[in-house]
Design a binder for this molecule. Sequence first.
Ligand code: NAD
Length: 257
Amino acid sequence: MKNKVMIITGAAMGLGYAAAKELASKGAHLVLVDYNQKSLEDAKSEIIKEFPQAKIITVIADVSKEDAVKNYVDEAVKAFGRIDGFYNNAGIEGRQAPITEYDVDVFKKVIDINLMGVYYGMRYVIPVMQKQQFGRIVNVASVGGIRGVLNQTPYVASKHAVSGMTKNAALEYGRDGILTNAIAPGAILTPMVAEAFKQVNPADPKAAESEYAQRNPTKRLGKPEEVAKLVAFLLSEDNGYVSGQTIAIDGGESNIY
Ligand code: NAD
């Protein structure tokens, strides 16, 4: 990982921020992308404080906008000359509602960010990796990319699509030394999941969290740092032959029938 160049989208908080810290701890150079400027700058400062040797640039981008995605890829190449790893992580959950009541504009927004954002990212990063004949991509799906999740149809649709696009990228670019995988996290305690518990039980989100954790074989939620370790492996040269997979990281919960 030392001196490898890694792009991370959705890097300001949650899974993206935890991965950024893990990669910085291993000596990688980072391109941190997010549309939340204030949180992104805070994230960069925190990482530099902990790992002063880290070389980091930030790029403000909404990943659902093709031009903004092209720009963060251009900025990465301008700053570091190459892209070794790409953590295609930015995503939103949307609201919770059954199919017939789902707000169509929110539905389209979830698809624009979670599906099109991941697609645009691969579209512009892959040509750089092809020139290098090397690259590692980790797309972020979800357990909702391998199972249904009540009241989250656009999220589930977008995450199944991420898993599908991951398979295709692996097929189409394996010959260029590019390995593409997806991760499928279960409930990992990030700001996104904290917000979901607020929607489930506005009066007592902590109770909703404890109740949810009881369903998991481990009786707890996952931690962003645990996901970051898997991501760091998949983005590294230590991964030589895993490609096209959607790897659940959920304490075993997706195996329950
Ligand atoms: P989070 O909300 O805590 O953090 C997401 C980050 O992405 C934020 O910094 C946000 O500003 C950024 N972001 C969102 N939309 C963006 C856009 N259009 N352009 C640029 N940046 C954008 O969420 P998280 O829990 O860290 O989730 C990260 C990814 O992991 C998402 O794709 C999510 O669907 C997926 N995921 C999370 C969990 C979980 O339990 N936390 C489970 C399964 C999948």
